[in-house]
Write a protein that binds this ligand. Sequence first.
Ligand code: HEC
Length: 119
Amino acid sequence: MKAKGVIIGIGLLAVAAGGATWALIDRDAGPEIVAARMEPVSFQLPEEAIPAELSDAGAEIVVNNCTACHSLEYVTTQPRGMGEKFWHDEVTKMVKVYGAPVAPGDAEAIAKLLAERFG
Ligand code: HEC
C-alpha cells in the first residue's frame, strides 16, 4: 500500500515538473526559452562583520588568514575551554584538510592567539 502512494507521489511530481518547464517557455516566442533573455542581476552581499573578540589589531592575523572560506563565526561559536591542543588541531585541519594557505609560523601564532582568547 505504501509503495503505491510513493508511486503516485512520484507521478504527481513528474506532472508538476512538466508544468513548471512548460511555464518557462514563452509561447509567443516559439521554442525560445524565456530564461535565455533574462538580464544579468546584480546584488549586494551583506557586509561581513568581524566579531568583537577578533576586531583589534592583534587579531589581524586571524582575520587575514581565516576568512577566505567562511565567516569568523566558525571560530567564535566553538565551545569554550577546549584547550590549546584543540585550536592547534583546528588550524592544522584547516591547512591540511581544507588547504587553507597559512604559513607555518602564522599557523602557530593563530593557534596560540585563539587558545588565549577562546580557551
Ligand atoms: C581553504 C578554506 C578554509 C580556510 C582558509 C579556513 N577554513 Fe575553517 N573551515 C573550512 C571548512 C571547509 C570547514 C568545514 C565547514 C563545514 O563543515 O561546514 C571549516 C570549519 C571551521 C571550523 C568549525 C569546526 C570544524 O572543524 O569544522 C573552525 C573553528 C574553523 N574552520 C576555523 C578556521 C580558522 C581558525 C582558520 C584560519 C587559520 C580557518 N578556519 C580557515 C575551510 C577553511
